[in-house]
Design a protein around this ligand. Structure first.
Ligand SMILES: [Zn+2]
Length: 98
């Protein structure tokens, strides 16, 4: 049983926030644990001082929020953002329930 991975042009070194999918490039982008050390799993919008900033947010709300940000900032048109976020976010660690 082989699983095909459609995200083939994903360079292995590139870190993404495992909650919102934001690329983690700069040291300031990273979230922090309870000791204020940087963590590599989440960005500082999602995770600070060892806790999620929005612990109640659902996956769908996160998708909608990210679409809003990408669209408002003119990063991509809404249709494209929708396709991308619905593809990326469900694969992230935070939303893996099983
Ligand atoms: Zn994030």
């Amino acid at each position: 049983m082989e699983k095909k991975n459609p995200m083939k042009n994903n360079p292995p070194k590139k870190l993404l926030c495992q909650s919102c999918g934001m690329p983690l490039d700069k040291p300031d982008d990273f979230g922090t644990d309870i000791n204020k050390s940087r963590i590599t799993d989440y960005c500082h919008f999602c995770f600070q001082n060892g806790n999620f900033t929005e612990p109640e947010i659902t996956m769908q709300e996160m998708i909608d929020k990210c679409i809003g940000i990408l669209t408002q900032q003119g990063i991509m048109p809404e249709e494209q953002a929708k396709v991308m976020m619905s593809e990326v976010i469900p694969k992230l660690k935070r939303w893996q329930t099983e």
